[in-house]
Design a protein around this ligand. Structure first.
Ligand code: ADE
Ligand code: ZN
Length: 319
């Protein structure tokens, strides 16, 4: 599916394909506890978000140098471009790298080597969003924002990810206030596994402009009404929801009802190397499993540009 679209929910570390993981492991002398790519792929059977996160953090061990981050981002951008992505707002998880002794500069400069040339090389414009790990402390998030200060010209905003339940948005009030004071845009994962109240809290306490996932809003009609009224974009990730078992099968996904309700939905890939597909694959999958019309697919693509941090003239150019 090559409908032009923006990808707004994409973890760059979640684009690490098994082949590249083994290549980087060999390059960096890191040993992986899997014999080969087939055995690694066998491990991609997840019970829930946490079981995925365990593997996601484990495999990051192969990412060590600027060149590794550059190669990772270039591989993603080439795949995304082939699937119609014209603009990508890309999450990264610096705390997971800092904890392994890989500095903020290595991560950001490495990613930038690819992102800075992406329009020319892949026809994809890009933005970077620094995510705080919500299962780490609020102090650690503040330290991470501090470490990012020399690189703020490369970072459009902040996000919140990792294990959701038990780590409500309010825990990160201070760092989001600090991020806003620095002129950064704000988004947060909420309502993936966590309750609808986390979505409300992300809006009211953290001041976010978009909700990542937001799937569980459907449990609270008053919240749905608010999200429709305030035109709050939701960055849904259908294949991720099936792989992490927040939805049993794709045919049960509430996307059609959410569109019907007037929610500003977008379709994204989350961690495509782990969940079986990139942005276009997610579009294809929802079209097939949910019988979405061409008009609904065009609405989703249009929403992706509307919900992006692109200016309007750039949005028109991307179409
Ligand atoms: N980190 C990477 N993918 C994630 C997801 N789907 N939810 C929360 N944190 C993540
Ligand atoms: Zn995510």
């Amino acid at each position: 599916m090559s409908l032009p679209k923006a990808e707004l929910h994409l973890h760059i570390e979640g684009t690490l394909e098994p082949e590249l993981a083994f290549e980087l492991a060999a390059r960096n002398g890191v040993s992986l506890p899997y014999a080969d790519t087939d055995e690694l792929r066998e491990a991609y059977r997840f019970e829930d978000l946490q079981s995925f996160l365990n593997l996601y953090y484990e495999l990051m061990a192969v990412l060590r140098t600027e060149r590794d981050f550059e190669d990772l981002a270039n591989a993603y951008l080439a795949r995304a471009a082939a699937q119609g992505v014209r603009h990508a707002e890309i999450f990264f998880d610096p705390q997971a790298h800092l904890a392994r002794g890989v500095g903020m500069g290595t991560v950001v400069e490495g990613l930038w080597r690819a992102l800075g040339k992406s329009e020319e090389a892949h026809g994809v414009s890009t933005q970077l969003i620094l995510c705080f790990l919500r299962d780490e402390s609020a102090e650690s998030a503040l330290e991470t924002l501090q470490a990012a200060k020399p690189y703020l010209d490369r970072i459009v905003g902040v996000g919140l990810d990792s294990a959701e339940v038990g780590h409500p948005p309010v825990k990160f009030r201070e760092v989001y206030e600090a991020a806003a004071a620095l002129g950064l845009r704000r988004v947060a994962h909420a309502g993936e596994e966590g309750p609808p109240e986390y979505i409300t809290e992300a809006l009211d306490v953290l001041g976010v402009e978009r909700i990542d996932h937001g799937l569980r809003c459907v449990e609270d009609p008053a919240l749905v009404e608010r999200l429709v009224r305030e035109r709050v974009p939701l960055t849904l990730c259908p294949l991720s929801n099936v792989r992490l078992r927040t939805v049993d099968v794709l045919g049960d996904h509430p996307l059609p009802a959410m569109l019907e309700a007037g929610l500003l939905c977008t379709v994204n890939s989350d961690d495509p190397a782990y969940f079986g597909g990139y942005a276009g694959d997610n579009f294809d999958a929802v079209r097939q499993a949910l019988g979405l019309s061409e008009d609904q697919l065009r609405e989703l693509a249009r929403n992706s540009f509307l919900a992006s941090f692109l200016e309007h003239d750039e949005e028109r150019r991307a179409r």
